[in-house]
Design a protein. Sequence first.
Length: 337
Amino acid sequence: MNVTLKRWSTGLAALLLALSLSACGAKNEDSSASQQPAAQTEQNTDNSASQTKTDELKTTYPLTIQDATGESFTFKEAPKHIISVSPAETEALFAIGLDSEIVGVSDYDDYPEAAKSKAKMGGITKPNEEAIIAAQPDIVFTGISMSEEAVKKLRDLGIQIFKTDPKTVDDVIKNIETYGLITDHQAEAKAVVDKMKQEENEVTEAVKSLTPEQKKKVYIEFSPGWTVGKGEFMDELITLAGGVNVAADTEGWSEISEEKIIKDNPDVILYANSVIDEKTKKSLGDIIKGRSGWDQITAVKNDAVIGLDDNLLSRPGPRVTQGLKEVAKAVYPDLFK
């Protein structure tokens, strides 16, 4: 089948929150002399606490840190010229306020809107080496789509490339904290991470009372004939949302057995909603429902075949917890009215 897939990649619009650490306290000119020192002392204490918090969120350089490949990087100062060749990393860097420092992104980086106007550096698995070298970045960030072999090739060319490989939502959160540390944007990273943790907590609290018998079986298809098993963040999204991934007996990304899915009989089927068959113009949802024998699956019979934004579903960036909320709403709509 010839299918065009709007590229899912790495793989919850994280809002850039402003961190306000100012202390408040007004001096009442009509107060008695005995009251004024107490008011001034309280104000000074608040200011001191605020300053301590600010100092704690400042990066001390030189900073040495390792990436997912075990490579060590030493930053003498916050990088001023940054390239990202991973949509997930690009979203995270923008979310923590690095628009001015970002000098290039991959051809597939489309969020936030500002990313579209950045210089293009080629693909996410094989970026444009000449363009990267010409841009003279202090650091290049990449994610799960690029192999370690490709990373090594770029490093052999003298390119400083920092790779991530998140397997869980917690890994995504730690990566964002790491970007904040490297770039001295820790306060901004904390604001993003706090919001993500809140969104995750909203979901886990809503589904925590589900008994094993109440948990629904979920099948997810992000590209025609492909699903995800244990060991990847997309599998964890299903688990955190209170579901049971029917492909959890497999490892990583894998091609499906249509007969096995029929036998597993999922209660809910989730799919990437941007996939369209070039010839028939059918969506992936229609393709799934039209497969032989799949009309007997509970999810198909109950019209629980639900398309989700594949960028929220597959990008391990700051919007991943929004993706988690969408998964949870699709699986348990009654719990998220």
